[in-house]
Design a protein around this ligand. Structure first.
Ligand code: LLP
Length: 424
């Protein structure tokens, strides 16, 4: 459930008309709803109520805006980070270091040192080579890293290939069948303490079965590691639970279904469970608000050219992702249209032959479910400035990232001395 509803014929974010935001800030602009973020976090926490003190470490990559992080920090969230930059953002938002988990295949020694000095809760290691580096960095700093290995369970998550991570051919984690040997070697290294296991098989999962298969494999491994003498304390079950994008399709499993499955599979593990939801928390909490520049005829349906483009919302171009497209002030008519941006690529297409609200030049349009992997994946391709972001709370709203002038983009480039001399 989200808080983007029509009132008096105008789509609102909570109590704020999207027309007001568009007129004040301009378009395109991302708009997030505090109540929706908080609701999703609460629903997920309640779905895990049967577990003993789980840690919900929000996957910062889904939406790292400082205001979004601060909202989640206030709600009690921890953070799953995958870079030194995300770690700094999580700390700046006031997330307690002990609630931060560091994932990712390519942590550098500098990033490890940053995280060790901050005192984060857990490093999720993705290779033995990484364990070796972390051990060296921790020992040189006189600190101890608490670690888990991310296990690649070799299950097919049944999601888009580009966001599937749990197959043996993917770059993530260590193979399930070498895990016991890897734990034995890691336990002998200085500077690291082996405290857990971790798994994450992919994103936008719409079926619990692959998750259940992965967790069951992890359960077997936990028993074997205990038998080998490891004192385990945590199991990180990753993120990945899907959300509804297309109202015409069956709903993905609910957080309650997920929580019940987890409680059943992990009942005898006796470990603190960690979760890394990203999309589930923020996906439906954001829309990308855009204005129709013009409508031009197409060979079948017309092209609706909007002022947002693939650089602002990459998901359709990158994953053929489907986003609901609605008029902010519907005219009460429908038509079939192709919705495209101004970027000079055919891939800059949000929808083809889409039945949708009829719109005309200068109408406002909302791309729904754009709160996760939207603004954060934006680029400045075609010298388009990064999209600003707005956070709504009740009847109040604030610009939480300013629109960057194109001049700032130009000013960020330097001319080498030989070109300066020439133009002087
Ligand atoms: N934990 C780890 C280790 C991850 O790699 C991810 C996502 C998550 C948690 C959070 O997954 P979520 O709960 O959000 O599904 N850009 C793509 C999604 C990439 C997901 C990458 N990893 C998209 O727009 O669909």
């Amino acid at each position: 459930m989200d808080h983007f509803l029509y009132r008096d014929g105008v789509m609102h974010a909570e109590d704020v008309a999207l027309t007001e935001i568009a007129e004040t800030v301009g378009t395109p602009v991302y708009v997030y709803s505090t109540a929706t973020i908080e609701r999703h976090f609460r629903v997920f926490r309640e779905a895990l109520a049967a577990l003993d003190d789980p840690l919900i470490a929000y996957a910062v990559k889904a939406n790292p805006n400082a205001a979004v992080l601060a909202t989640l920090a206030r709600a009690g969230a921890g953070a799953d980070v995958v870079s030194g930059g995300e770690l700094k953002r999580a700390l700046a938002a006031g997330i307690a270091p002990g609630k931060i988990v560091f994932s990712g295949v390519g942590k550098t020694a500098d990033e490890m040192a940053l995280a060790l000095n901050a005192g984060i809760g857990q490093f999720n290691l993705e290779s033995e080579e990484e364990a070796e580096t972390l051990s060296e960095v921790a020992a040189s700093l006189g600190l101890t890293a608490r670690v888990a290995f991310r296990i690649n369970p070799d299950v097919d998550a049944g999601t888009h290939a580009k966001i599937s991570t749990g197959r043996s051919e993917n770059k993530f984690g260590i193979p399930h069948d070498i895990a016991r040997a890897a734990y034995a070697r890691a336990a002998a290294r200085p500077g690291i303490v082996v405290q857990g296991v971790a798994v994450h098989i992919g994103s936008q999962l719409t079926d619990l079965a692959p998750l259940e298969r992965a967790f069951t494999r992890i359960g077997t491994l936990i028993a074997a590691l205990r038998g080998d003498g490891h004192a385990l304390a945590t199991a990180d079950l990753g993120g990945g639970l899907g959300i509804p994008y297309d109202p015409a399709r069956p709903l993905p499993p609910s957080p309650a279904d997920y929580g019940a499955m987890v409680a059943r599979i992990t009942a005898d593990w006796g470990l603190r469970l960690i979760f890394e939801p990203g999309r589930l928390i923020v996906g439906n909490a954001g829309v990308l608000l855009t204005r129709v520049i013009r409508v031009k005829p197409g060979s079948a349906s017309p092209f609706v050219i909007v002022d947002a483009a693939m650089n602002d919302l990459m998901r359709p171009a990158l994953y053929d992702a489907w986003h609901d497209i609605r008029a902010v002030v519907p005219r009460g008519e429908r038509f079939d249209a192709n919705v495209v941006g101004p970027v000079c690529e055919t891939g800059d297409t949000f929808a083809m032959e889409r039945p949708m609200d009829r719109v005309a030049a200068s109408d406002l349009v909302a791309f729904m479910t754009a709160g996760a992997y939207g603004a954060t994946m934006a680029s400045t391709y075609n010298s388009r400035a990064l999209t600003p972001e707005v956070l709504v709370s009740g009847g109040d709203w604030a610009v939480v990232r300013e629109r960057q002038p194109v001049e700032a983009l130009i000013a960020a480039d330097n001319l080498p001395h030989w070109l300066v001399e020439e133009s002087a």
